[in-house]
Each structure stands twice: as structure tokens, then as C-alpha cells.
Design a protein around this ligand. Sequence first.
Ligand code: NIG
Ligand code: FE
Length: 415
Amino acid sequence: MATLFTGIKQLLTFAGDAAPRAGAAMRETGLVKNAAVLVENGVIEAAGPRAAVHRHRLAKKAKVVETGGVCLPGFVDSHTHMVFAEPRLKDFSMRTAGATYQEIKAAGGGIISSIGAVRKQPQRAMAAQLAGRAARFLQCGTTTAEVKSGYGLSLDSELKILRAVREAAKLTPLEMLPTLLAAHGVPPEFAGEPQKYLDHIVSEILPKAAAEKLAVFADIFCEKGYFTPEQTAAYLKKAREFGFVPKVHSEQLSNYGGTRAGAAAGAISADHADHVYAEDIAAMREAGTIATLLPASNFYLALAKYPPAREIIAEGVPVALATDFNPGTCPCWNMQFVAAVACTHCGMTPEEALCAATVNGAWALGIGDRCGSVAPGMKADLAFFAADDYRELCYYFGSSQASMTVKAGRVAWKA
Ligand code: NIG
Ligand code: FE
């Protein structure tokens, strides 16, 4: 049976070409006032002015849901590290006492300190914990999220994480796209030998993950003390040969060359981009690589420097926004907060921020042709908010304004 979501004060459709939005197109929200969305079999049949949608042949017999408020495409969070066993509260205390990312790492904290508990955790418990976290994302209006491995850093634990993501998908309506991030750091077994570890990933982990089809993407952390731009380019090339779509963590802590290495390897997105210069931005534009900005992590780390969103948008590179939800640098699952920070700290407009959090997030995951916008034929992934004006989503901050989340036409969560 069809469902008619109606009485929507403002609907942002972000409908348009089947391509990521760049430049001025990032401000084209497709705003419809007094709108309705008609859904059947998990797909959008019609969306637009209330009167027109109500005239659709399926509308007469549809179940009617009066929603009020603002409706957007469900948020597409294209960068999360959602699988970790324990929060890193010791790191947090060190940080509040003034320690930097690098100082925390040197003291035995950071990424490597997450691997002990992850390696011990049974897959089933991991999946249940992940499904619990997924519920928090749904409650904030997110309908699709990328989920990375990267806190196991051994063959068994990295495969376990990705299998847990698959298992959790049966426990939650949140759609999760898995990424192999075995190259997140160098584990103790390979201490001081990053190349040896990468060789191990290529010979042992990539083939097995590929054979079981456990991940869509392969990612690598390109940064001083982690992996070099040369290693990044070579690794992503190999990952691509195994059928993974490359993406990269780059220019987070310094300008190191990861963005250019990622772009050269055909990365779908280069993520963080805090320290990109003109040549990095040009490389993204030429390669068709999306810049995924994660400003909630800058906020959490109290960094003075934020990604230069205005420059990136001016140069015609599509920008996506994501949470970077992780236990170290960004324990935040709320895309509304990310959008608010993007406006207040990166100079993005609310229109650009919401575009980056929906349709461009979908393109950063290669699925913009079926989700991230509200138009006939698209997946019926919708986020509703208790607001009169869409700009309120970026204006109020610190708590969620979500009132209902619809995934593939079904109510996945309601306040
Ligand atoms: O995106 N940069 C690498 N990875 C994460 C940090 C993960 C952690 O500290 O656990 C990030 O910020
Ligand atoms: Fe990250």
C-alpha cells in the first residue's frame, strides 16, 4: 500500500542531474512549500506541491501521514568509524588536559589503543553494539552510513569487523556501506614497518575481503607517522585491482600529499581536507574526486584550522559532509551538528551544508543515482524535522530536531 506523507511545511528535494552538485548548484535545494511525498514499495512515486501529489492515482488509497515540519532526503553519512568496542575516555582526559593528537598517540593512546578490545570482542556482540549505534544515527535523520573497519588491524579482526557489519545490517534499518580500512595505522606486530604491513594487507587481507565481498571501499590514512603519499597511491591501486572503490584520509593534520595521491588513484572521495592547497583542490577537480569534510572532528579537537570549504566550492569540487563518528577524534553521530559547524566554522551556507549532507554524501558513496534526493524513482529515504524553516537545522545546535525517519518507505524511527 502506498503512503502519503503530507502537510510538509518545507520539502528540500535536491532533485537534479545524476551527478554530484558543485559550485552554485550546491545551493539549489529544490525547496517546495506546503509539500507532500508519495511512496510505494520503498520508492518515491511523487514529490512536490501538496495539491499536485494528492492528485496522483495512488494517493486516493494511500495511508496518509500528516507530518508538518521540514522534510529532507535522509542524511547520507559517508564517513564513519562506527565499529569500536570501547570509548577512549583516557584519551579524552588527556585532551582536556591539553594533549594534542600526536601527543596522545605517543603516550600509547589513539587508534592503536582501540585494537585490544576490538580483537577480543566476539562478532555477535560487535554486531549488536553496532546495531545499537545505528539506532542513534536513525534518530538524528541519517538513513545511510558508510562504516569502516580499522580498529582491528589484523587479518582475523578486520574480517570480523566487516562480517559484523553484514550481521548488523539484519538488525537495523540503517543502510550501511562497508569500507576496509586495514590501513588505518601500523599494528604492534609490524611496528616501524609500515610497508611490510601494507604488503601483508595486499597479500592476505584484500584477497579474502574481496572473495567474501565484505567491503565496497578501501581506505587508507595518509599522514606523517602512518602511510606516505607514495604508499597511499600504490596501495589504492592494488585495492582497485581487487574491486574496491578507493578513498583516502588525507590532509587532516598537515599538507602531506594524500589528496593528490588519492586523486591519482581514482579515489571517489578525499576526506578531511583540512590542509589542502590550490594544487590539491585542482587534483580533486580533475579526477572527479569529492571533498568530504568532517568539521565536527575539528570542533571536537578544538583545532583552529577548519577545511577551506569556500575555496573548494569556488574551485568547482563537490563537497560532502560526514560525521567521522569514531572513538578518538569525533564521538558524534548527529549530521545536524555537522551541518551547523560547517556553517559556523567553514563559511558554508545552510543550503550548501544540507546539500553536502544528503545528495553529495550519496555521490561520495557512489549511490547518488538512487538516494540522497527526493524525486520519483529514488529510494524513499526521508528525514522529518520539527522546524518551520530548513535553516533552523543549521541554526539550532547541540541537540537533534529530528521527528521521524523513514527508510525505504517505512518509518524507522519516530519521536
Ligand atoms: O578520521 N584519521 C584517522 N582516523 C580517524 C581518527 C580515528 C581515531 O582517533 O580513532 C579520523 O579522525
Ligand atoms: Fe575518519
